[in-house]
Write a protein that binds this ligand. Structure first.
Ligand SMILES: NS(=O)(=O)c1ccc(NCc2ccco2)c([N+](=O)[O-])c1
Ligand SMILES: [Zn+2]
Length: 268
């Protein structure tokens, strides 16, 4: 049975115009797709959920690049130097990259929502299960293969830690551009309180949409300035050779049905 993948309001559908979404999207099972709306009053407090334990080594940061849908900061994941454990996880997970999703305006842009509340952007820190698998490409196909931390961004004061990343963006304006990017500790992008989160079993939010993700969505958001977010929007979906340049905005997926899943909370 594939769950009916409901589309939400029309504005979500816009972001499905991107070439990435063309062609047959046979979704494996389709009963644990992401993103979703987190209905707070329906989430279940689970006292077994532990605090998150992140241990990131900024020296594993390697490059930043525009993949034509977002921009990714990639880490050397050939050893257990930058790891995530605890929270809902039984195993140790290795950080491989982080990226963002955002809107053309501050009114929307996040992939997940909380009681239908939209945020202007959402950060995803992607980790794979290095206790059970030896490569990301292997883990991405397995139920317990990935763990992604989601952090909501709100427009407010300037985020000093983010500025180093914002300053690198003009160099990767076009699809497939890449520059060296080192000594960046992503812990600065996490909220001060990482003990309060929601967690549920879901999928990648872009193809191959594999249902291999334990999502860990932070309750507390982080603030970035309007100008910092405007630089995200100066990126392009298109490569330098293409005639028509398209702004990289609204790179989020339509919200998916819960299909009977439970969202657990680590807090009451
Ligand atoms: N928005 S997300 O965090 O769910 C997400 C989506 C796609 C991919 N990757 C797409 C992909 C291609 C082959 C295997 O994987 C990743 N990731 O790689 O971290 C993360
Ligand atoms: Zn993402």
């Amino acid at each position: 049975r594939t769950c009916n993948l409901t589309a939400c309001s029309s504005k979500y559908v816009l972001s499905q115009m991107h070439p990435m979404w063309q062609g047959p999207l046979t979704i494996p099972g389709g009963e644990r797709q992401s993103p979703i709306d987190i209905v707070v009053r329906k989430s279940i407090f689970d006292s077994e959920l532990k605090p998150l334990v992140t241990d990131y080594d900024p020296h594993t940061c390697q490059q930043i690049w525009n993949n034509g849908y977002s921009f990714l900061v990639e880490y050397d994941d050939t050893t257990d130097k930058s790891t995530l454990k605890g929270g809902p996880l039984q195993d140790k997970f290795r950080l491989c990259q982080f990226h963002f999703h955002w809107g053309e305006s501050n009114a929307w842009g996040s992939e997940h929502t909380v009681d239908r509340r939209l945020f202007p952007a959402e950060l995803h820190l992607v980790h794979w299960n290095s206790d059970k698998y030896s490569l990301f490409e292997e883990a991405v196909m397995e139920d317990n293969g990935l763990a992604v931390i989601g952090v909501f961004l709100k427009v407010g004061k300037r985020h000093e830690g983010l500025q180093k990343l914002v300053d690198a963006l003009p160099a990767i304006r076009h699809k497939d551009s890449i520059v060296e990017f080192t000594r960046f500790d992503p812990v600065c992008l996490l909220p001060s309180n990482t003990d309060d989160y929601w967690t549920y079993h879901g999928s990648l939010t872009t193809p191959p949409l594999t249902e291999s993700v334990t999502w860990i969505i932070m309750k507390q958001h982080v603030e970035v300035s309007h100008d910092q977010l405007a630089v995200f929007r100066s990126l392009l979906f298109t490569s330098a050779e293409e005639d028509v340049q398209k702004s990289m905005v609204n790179n989020f997926r339509v919200q998916q049905s819960l299909c009977g899943r439970t969202v657990r909370s680590s807090f009451t």
